[in-house]
Design a protein around this ligand. Sequence first.
Ligand SMILES: [Zn+2]
Ligand SMILES: [Zn+2]
Length: 345
Amino acid sequence: MMNHVKQERIKSNSPCLRIVNKHKFHLQLAFSTVVMWLMGAIADMRSESWLLKGILLGCVLGAINLTSRQLVGPSMRELVPAASLIASLLWIVVTCFTVQVLFTLNAVGLVYYYFRSWRTDPGYIRATEEEKKKNVVLLAEAGCLDPRIFCTSCMMRKPIRATHCFDCDSCIAKQDHHSVWINGCVGARNHRYFVMFLFCVTLLGALTFYGSISYWSSLCTLSYSEDGAWGVLTKLVACSPWVLYIFTMAFMHTSWASISLLMQLFQISVFGLTTSERINLLQRRRRYQQSFSLRENPYNLGIARNVVNFFQLRCCGLLKPAVVDWTQQHSSALNLSAGEPFHTV
Ligand SMILES: [Zn+2]
Ligand SMILES: [Zn+2]
C-alpha cells in the first residue's frame, strides 16, 4: 500500500507526466488519430500475407495496451471515447471528401455542432459555500430537505428539471444525459447542438455509404449471385481494405448516432421530455404500477410547440419560442401549462 502511494507520488512529480496531464486531450486525440490511421494502413498494405498484417496489428494493439497502462490515468481514460470519435470522423471526412455542396456543408456543420456541444456550458448550477450554508438553513427551517428539490451532493436547492451528474459533480439544468462522446453533460444549453451533431453524423454516414457503394460498383467486379456473401466480402477486402475499414467505422458511428437521433426527436417532440426524465417516469410507472401516459406532463405543449421551443425556431418573427432559464426555475409556475408541481426524481 505504502509502495503504491510512493509510486503515485513519484509519478505525479514527474515532469513528463505533468506535461502529459496538461495537454492530455490533445495528446489523446493525436494518439487516437495515429492509431486509427495505422490500423487502416496495415490492413491496406500491398502485402498479400494476412498473417503478417495480423502480427503487425497485434503489435499495435500490444503497444496501445502498454502505453495506456504506463501513461494513461483515469482522467485520461475518460477522454478515450471522445478522442476516438473525433479521430474516426476525421479519417471518414478525409477519405470521402469531395467538393460537393452537401458534403462540405455537412462537414462544416459536424465540426461546428460538435464544438458547440462540447464547449457550451450545459447548465451547471453552482453555489458558493456561503450560499450553500444559507440554503441549508433556510430549507431545513421550511422543512424542504426533500431529495426531489434538494441535492445532498451540491447542498443546494435544485431547480425543477435539474439532475445531479456524478461524473460532472454538479447539478445540471434540464439534464438529458452524460455523454461519453463529448466527455460532459447534455443539458438545457447544449442539448439542441448535440441533436444537430447527431444529425450531421447520421448524414455523414449516409454519404459515406453512398460513396463506398459507388466506389465498389465502379472499381470492383462484384456479383452476389455468382460469388455469394463470402465471395463478395473477400473481393471487397481485396479491392480496397482502407475503403472497407472506413465503411465499417462509418457504419458503427452511424448506428449509434441514428438510433440516438430518432430517440431524441421522438421524446422531444411527442413528450417534451429529456432522456433522464423519461427514464425516471418509466421507472416510477413500473415500480408503483401506475398507469399514466408520458404525454400527460406539464412540459408537453404539443408536437409543433415542443419542436419550436426546443430548437428555438424563430423564422423571421413568425414563430415565438418560449425562452426559459432552467437554471433559475424552482417552481413549475412557468405558464407552460396548468399542472401540479412536477418532479421526475
Ligand atoms: Zn447536485
Ligand atoms: Zn455530466
